[in-house]
Design a binder for this molecule. Sequence first.
Ligand code: IPE
Ligand code: IPE
Ligand code: MG
Length: 241
Amino acid sequence: MPSSKNLIDKNCLPKHIAIIMDGNGRWAKERGYERIYGHQNGVVSVRETTEAAAETGIDYLTLYAFSTENWGRPQKEVDALMELLVDTIEKETPTLNKNNVRLLTIGDLSRLPLNARGKLQKCIGETAKNTGLSLVLALSYSSRWEIVNAAKTIGQALLDGKIRVEEIDEQVFSDALTTKSIPDPDLMIRTSGEERISNFLLWQLAYSELYFTKKHWPDFRKEDFYQAIVDYQNRERRFGK
Ligand code: IPE
Ligand code: IPE
Ligand code: MG
């Protein structure tokens, strides 16, 4: 079968693609395994997708890896996910450097275990000078958390006399979010057939094209990523005009 990669128009690539990586647990259960087996296999899809994004020339790839609400999962699953995160970051840093990928994070990292935070900071530091793809990991992230935080930041700036009420506009608000200086996603992909946003980038997705696939995340491969881009390129974005 010919690859959808050849159908991609390099002149109108999405600058930023965001993905809700969903369906790991169901993927494992369907095969008679524990949910964590699905998360482990999801790492392969993260690697493939990151590589595909870098090769295609995408500027930003944001992956929703762990939500604020996910802290409410059974402790055993949370611990296993954190361990997987630490292992993966450590193992993948050389590959990120080889592919000129810079790692960034959004979310409330203060809730992560100390060793996970340390490994993340190390990887962020070691890839900071890379000029290709920016890989943004959303960790302990939720959009309402982020928006409330932005309101607090702006409120404090008002109290401190650093800004006047009349000066608060969309730019000021955007700059108070964790995604400051990251362009809004052009395309948002969610795997596993669920068609909802689940507290992900509510402000930033205002005019993003949404793409849903029934595939569970551990089955997501480069070809699926290319197909989503081709689908995106066949849409007409009107921005209300
Ligand atoms: C997505 O897969 C990964 C995380 C949320 C960490 P799930 O764990 O949500 O798997 P399903 O949706 O229950 O199948
Ligand atoms: C969204 O998936 C969060 C991540 C992919 C990290 P969930 O599986 O947690 O969301 P719901 O519960 O289906 O809305
Ligand atoms: Mg899920």
